[in-house]
Write a protein that binds this ligand. Structure first.
Ligand SMILES: [Zn+2]
Length: 305
């Protein structure tokens, strides 16, 4: 079903426009339950949708862990939007009927884990309320649109307890010794409300696999340490076949402390990082339709397999 994207997807979001769109999607299907996993440092709700049967172990999709990668929040909302439309009209996505998909299955879709970082990347330190002065000092003349951290200058994908001490040593070798726009892992693992919120979801639900969306590179990461399940590679290859993205292993500071790393280490279940799109962050909004076209079958498969 080819159709033009709704106006919401044609320009970069604000947290306000994102929240409004989330509420509109929620009202379109009784299968969607809108909840908040907690609040960001600056008190913005960490919205998520639970879709499907309560008793079924969900797949968890997480977007916008890094502020400058806000296009991933739009990608996940576009998926939610498309699911809601298909549920209204007995429709399909990528040739898969949506309504039967949720019989005995469920999905948790958290489009924006880092709303404060998204606002900083898009609108600068002035969006940070009481922390505006501190954020301004941390940017130190660098272009604010490449901001990845949360409002306290902690990189959320360095804040999970998976090789965190090793990662800290790597950060220091790279000259990262304190809060800033990127790669600082925080005072200790799970020091931030945003990472604690994800842990809360994983504890409250028997999450069966996690997909964390980042940009960019058209890559799929699936491995972390000795508990990585064999199924992880098989599913990564399936996602690769459906999207054209490459199956990869991480290098350097991207190799510890992330959501997928912690999830695999903690549960022994599959966890993935998908690097969407190509180019230089922040990816332009004009890439969204192409990213969606490549990934919509993969997103559907993430519920199904
Ligand atoms: Zn990222």
């Amino acid at each position: 079903m080819a159709h033009a994207l709704a106006p919401f997807y044609l320009s970069p979001p604000s947290f306000q426009s994102l929240s409004q769109h989330i509420r509109e999607i929620d009202q379109r299907s009784p299968l969607f339950q809108l909840r908040s996993a907690g609040e960001s440092v600056l008190g913005r709700p960490l919205w998520y949708f639970f879709v499907g049967e309560d008793s079924a172990p969900p797949t968890l999709l997480v977007g916008c862990t890094h502020g400058s990668e806000w296009i991933t929040a739009l990608l996940l909302l576009l998926f939610a939007d498309s699911l809601a439309s298909a549920l209204e009209n007995q429709g399909e996505i990528a040739g898969i009927c949506v309504e039967p998909l949720f019989h005995g299955r469920s999905l948790i879709l958290l489009p924006c884990l880092n709303p404060d970082g998204m606002e900083i990347a898009l609108y600068g330190p002035g969006s940070s309320g009481e922390l505006a002065g501190q954020v301004d000092a941390m940017i130190q003349g660098n272009p604010g649109q490449v901001w990845q951290a949360n409002a306290r200058g902690v990189d959320l994908n360095h804040n999970f307890p998976a090789g965190w001490e090793t990662l800290r040593e790597m950060e220091i070798r790279e000259g990262i010794t304190g809060p800033g726009p990127t790669r600082f892992g925080g005072p200790h693992p799970f020091s931030e409300p945003e990472t604690l919120a994800v842990r809360g979801i994983c504890e409250a639900f028997a999450v069966r696999q996690v997909l964390a969306f980042h940009s960019q590179g058209e890559e799929i990461y699936w491995r972390y340490g000795g508990r990585t399940p064999g199924r992880g590679l098989m599913v990564a290859r399936l996602f690769s076949a459906s999207s054209g993205y490459r199956v990869c292993d991480p290098v350097g500071t991207a190799s510890h402390g992330g959501l997928k790393d912690w999830f695999i280490q903690e549960t022994g279940r599959p966890g993935f990082t998908l690097e969407v799109g190509r180019g230089k962050n922040p990816l332009p909004i004009g890439q969204l339709p192409g990213i969606w076209t490549k990934l919509k079958e993969t997103l559907m498969l993430s519920i199904l397999v």
